[in-house]
Design a protein around this ligand. Structure first.
Ligand SMILES: Cc1ncc(COP(=O)(O)O)c(C=O)c1O
Length: 250
């Protein structure tokens, strides 16, 4: 039966959709680091055996480049390596190797301002599909995806948020301190935000206390004081650690 079907159909999965335009057309020509090489956007691919495809088994950081500098690079690398350790990754590249990949990617793209890097470190390619890290015999896969990207939020007009019904992961299930790529919890909240035509969604913890938004930590200024939730159900953000909790003038 399968053989007869294969004879009839040559190309069953041709995309019927027209080629979409990019939010920033200049990103058409970008070069990305994948594994141990820099390749053009269309060739920037991971294996179907990669852990990130098999189970979202990867850690990541979002880095911003302002004025020739990467904001808080060392802090982001600390968190990347802490997350990889918490997930027991093996054969992790060294800090110097990761930095070299980042710098080479930025230099080859001539990106020194207004850029964003999605830095991912997956558990790597597996010798066979499946969950077990025992199949990971190739070492981790490093991805440096640098794009021209304006700020996500309109800081002059402010943004609208909706409270999502999807609750933030409990540390009993998956610790938010690990910055992992298993983002379905946040994506479900983001879908709720999109459905409500809001910019993003506020996520609560299991008891109904505010945790963070689907994409950022959240802050409140009350009586001149900046407040933010404890980092039990939210990512202990680097921006959060940079915000000054001193009194604001009223
Ligand atoms: C869910 C979530 N919370 C908060 C943050 C903000 O983290 P940071 O300030 O370290 O960039 C991020 C960024 O990736 C995030 O994904």
């Amino acid at each position: 039966m399968l053989r007869r079907y294969a004879r009839k159909t040559s190309c069953i999965l041709k995309s019927p959709l027209p080629r979409p335009s990019l939010p920033v057309p200049a990103n058409e020509k970008l070069l990305a680091w994948v594994g141990d090489e820099i390749v053009p956007r269309e060739s920037a691919k991971v294996s179907v055996f990669d852990s990130v495809v098999q189970g979202g088994d990867s850690v990541w950081e979002g880095l911003r480049i302002y004025n020739g500098k990467i904001f808080k690079l060392e802090e982001h690398l600390d968190r990347l390596f802490d997350s990889a350790k918490a997930l027991a990754f093996n054969n992790v590249p060294t800090r110097d190797e990761v930095k070299e990949a980042i710098f080479k990617t930025l230099i080859r793209n001539a990106m020194f301002d207004n850029a964003h890097i999605r830095l991912s470190l997956t558990r790597g390619k597996k010798v066979s599909s499946g969950m077990s890290p025992a199949f990971n015999l190739y070492g981790c896969t490093l991805i440096v995806l640098a794009e021209w990207k304006p700020p996500v939020y309109d800081n002059t007009r402010g943004i609208t948020l909706v409270t999502a019904t999807t609750r933030r992961n409990s540390p009993n299930n998956l610790d938010s301190k690990i910055h992992h790529n298993n983002l379905l919890n946040n994506i479900l909240a983001k879908i709720e935000g999109n459905n409500a035509k809001a910019d993003d969604a506020i996520m609560l913890d299991k008891d109904g206390y505010v945790a963070e938004t689907n994409a950022t930590n959240i802050f409140l200024v009350k009586k001149g004081r900046v407040m933010t939730p404890h980092a039990d159900y939210c990512l202990p953000g680097i921006t959060r650690a940079t915000v000054s909790f001193r009194k604001f003038p009223l």
